[in-house]
Design a protein around this ligand. Structure first.
Ligand SMILES: Nc1ncnc2c1ncn2[C@@H]1O[C@H](COP(=O)(O)OS(=O)(=O)O)[C@@H](OP(=O)(O)O)[C@H]1O
Ligand SMILES: Nc1ncnc2c1ncn2[C@@H]1O[C@H](COP(=O)(O)OP(=O)(O)O)[C@@H](O)[C@H]1O
Length: 543
């Protein structure tokens, strides 16, 4: 049995923040240029400053990157698998040269560190900066404060609890029973403690699923023996699942005090469980296990785990008795059931974990969505939007917001006209408000002309990230609209009294793939609304 926690990679744990110097650095930064880091760069900086990337003490220079790419070595010959770099497209980065100092800030201007530039080069339309870091403060994380710990803090905690051999589970995905059982088994077989280290680096405003992930870990933590298991958040940004990235994770695990790392075991988008063997052997161009040994961390390949019904337990496939009845659920089937709100069997995942995932992304009928009408003036957008809102409110149980053109132009866009630029601003504002409503699980109904394809596409992307988006092209031809001419605008436009009038003297780009197209010529309003309701029902938005 080992008698001490594994030493950090390179021997000493790096800590780039000296609180005694912070005030002086902040003062100096008043006269320094600044770079704003995006969330990914902030993650990398945090990993450097806390020593998770020990022995690195800054971003790599070009020569160091090349050496890592070709020989996988740092200057002193230490093995290192991936370049750690800082690239920026900001103007402030362009003029920097070796010897310059630059303040690194988060998107809000909060100061994180000062970088002393030792190399600056241009590649892929970006300025790359290498150099040493003087840390001022870690990026602020207002969420899950009690679950955050630096490598030094975790090491102190482990030492206090008498932990000497720790196995890490670094995951970007929720843990189900197969992974749970395997982690338990690893702990027992290796006489090791377990660090559950979900990888949570990301932009929380863009990826709200992160909260559900962490809550699902809080739920499953209760299933592990409390005395031997620790849950903490790893502020690392996602990387592709390559062998090199795995080796970097091994270094990170070591710096956090772990001498064992479980490799693989997460569900992939393509539906199958990624197996440790895939990473350590089959798909690798590197002798991964050997290199991991140089890092000092033993990789434990996650095998294919199957549920053996007769024994009511999970086993690695290789240990399954001959002829045993097995149960499996593919990743695709799991996601289909989650989307539809169907039951997930208890043998697959713990009910409290599923409950957290459901809370985070409820089935479609409880998600927010936006119905986005687009079409010419007089096509019937407002009429249909109002009638649809009324029908949805009549059904009850959902909050419906109508963002009709008139309302928006009065309250949000009163200063705007009808130039292309102004129409774009108008439609993007509508999209932003609708995305907030959708994110908070309401129904937004929008009815602008929205004549430009690209703008509509951008709005769709923004909203689809947080819920549903249903585009309805009210495709009533201009002849009908002009005959209706409810407000007399077409007559005025033809007479040249209104410039830039959509369909007359301004373009309307027809939607290519709307969820629904409705020509209201000779169609009753009720019939049209019925078509929309059927569509919403069919897509799963309505019960
Ligand atoms: N030049 C010009 N072109 C088109 N429409 C005009 C114009 N000038 C005023 N109006 C009136 O404004 C309404 C369209 O505003 P929107 O906010 O929906 O337009 S846009 O999406 O920003 O293009 C539109 O209302 P609807 O008839 O309800 O579509 C018109 O009544
Ligand atoms: N099936 C239908 N759907 C919507 N509007 C219709 C329909 N049939 C006739 N109309 C009439 O067409 C006009 C559409 O005007 P409006 O809804 O203000 O259009 P928009 O908002 O697209 O400018 C209204 O006078 C409405 O009564």
């Amino acid at each position: 049995m080992v008698d001490k926690l594994i030493a950090p990679y390179g021997g000493t744990l790096v800590n780039l923040i000296d609180p005694a110097k912070a005030a002086a650095l902040r003062q100096e930064a008043l006269s320094l240029p600044s770079l704003d880091l995006d969330w990914r760069q902030q993650c990398e900086l945090e990993m450097l400053m806390t020593g998770a990337y020990s022995p690195l003490a800054g971003f790599m220079t070009r020569a160091q990157c090349e050496r890592v790419e070709t020989a996988r070595q740092l200057d002193d010959g230490t093995f290192w698998p991936v370049p750690i770099t800082l690239g920026s497209r900001q103007q402030a980065a362009a003029g920097l040269k070796p010897g310059d100092r630059v303040a690194l800030r988060d998107g809000e201007g909060f100061m994180l560190a000062v970088l002393t530039v030792s190399d600056a080069w241009e590649a892929h339309d970006e300025w790359h900066l290498g150099g040493a870091i003087d840390g001022v403060a870690l990026p602020p994380h207002p969420d899950f404060v009690s679950l955050r710990a630096t490598p030094a803090e975790l090491r102190t905690l482990f030492a206090r609890r008498g932990w000497r051999r720790v196995v890490a589970w670094q995951a970007r995905q929720p843990m189900h029973r197969a992974q749970f059982e395997f982690c338990l088994k690893c702990g027992i077989e290796n006489e090791a403690n377990l660090l559950l280290h979900p990888q949570v680096g990301g932009d929380i405003t863009e990826a709200p699923a992160y909260f559900g992930l962490v809550r699902s870990f809080l739920a499953i933590r209760e299933r592990f023996p409390a005395a031997t298991t620790q849950l903490s958040l790893l502020p690392a940004a996602p990387r592709e699942g390559s062998a090199r990235a795995l080796l970097l994770r091994a270094i990170v695990a070591r710096n956090y005090g772990c001498s064992l790392l479980i490799a693989g075991g997460e569900h992939q988008i393509d539906g199958d469980c990624r197996r440790g063997e895939d990473l350590t052997r089959t798909h690798s161009d590197l002798p991964v296990a050997e290199l991991a040994e140089r890092v000092g961390v033993r990789l434990i390949a996650y095998p294919r785990m199957v549920y053996v019904e007769d024994r009511a337990e999970y086993l690695p496939e290789s240990e399954v008795p001959c002829g045993a009845r097995l149960l499996t659920l593919s990743g695709d089937e799991f996601r289909r059931r989650m989307r539809a709100g169907l039951k997930i069997p208890d043998w697959y995942s713990f009910p409290e974990v599923i409950a957290e995932l459901h809370r985070q992304s409820p089935p479609r009928e409880r998600q927010g969505f936006t119905v986005f009408f687009t079409g010419l003036s007089g096509a019937g957008k407002s009429t249909l939007a109002r009638a649809l809102a009324a029908r949805l409110m009549e059904m009850g149980g959902r909050c419906v917001t109508l963002l009709d053109g008139d309302i928006v132009r009065r309250h949000l866009s009163s200063e705007l006209g009808f130039s292309r630029a102004h129409r774009d601003i108008n439609v993007r504002r509508i999209g932003f408000v609708a995305s907030e409503i959708t994110k908070n699980r309401g129904i937004a109904i929008c009815a602008p002309i929205a004549p430009y394809r690209q703008t509509r596409r951008d709005v769709r992307h923004m909203i689809e990230a947080v819920g549903g988006f249903v585009e309805i092209h009210v495709s009533t031809p201009i002849e009908t609209c002009e005959t209706r001419d409810r407000k007399g605008l077409y007559a005025k436009a033809r007479a040249g009294l209104i410039p830039e009038f959509t369909g007359v003297s301004d373009p309307y780009e027809v939607p290519e793939q709307p969820e629904l197209a409705i020509d209201t010529t000779g169609l009753g309003i009720d019939e049209a609304v019925q078509q929309i309701l059927l569509k919403l029902e069919h897509e799963g938005y309505l019960r």
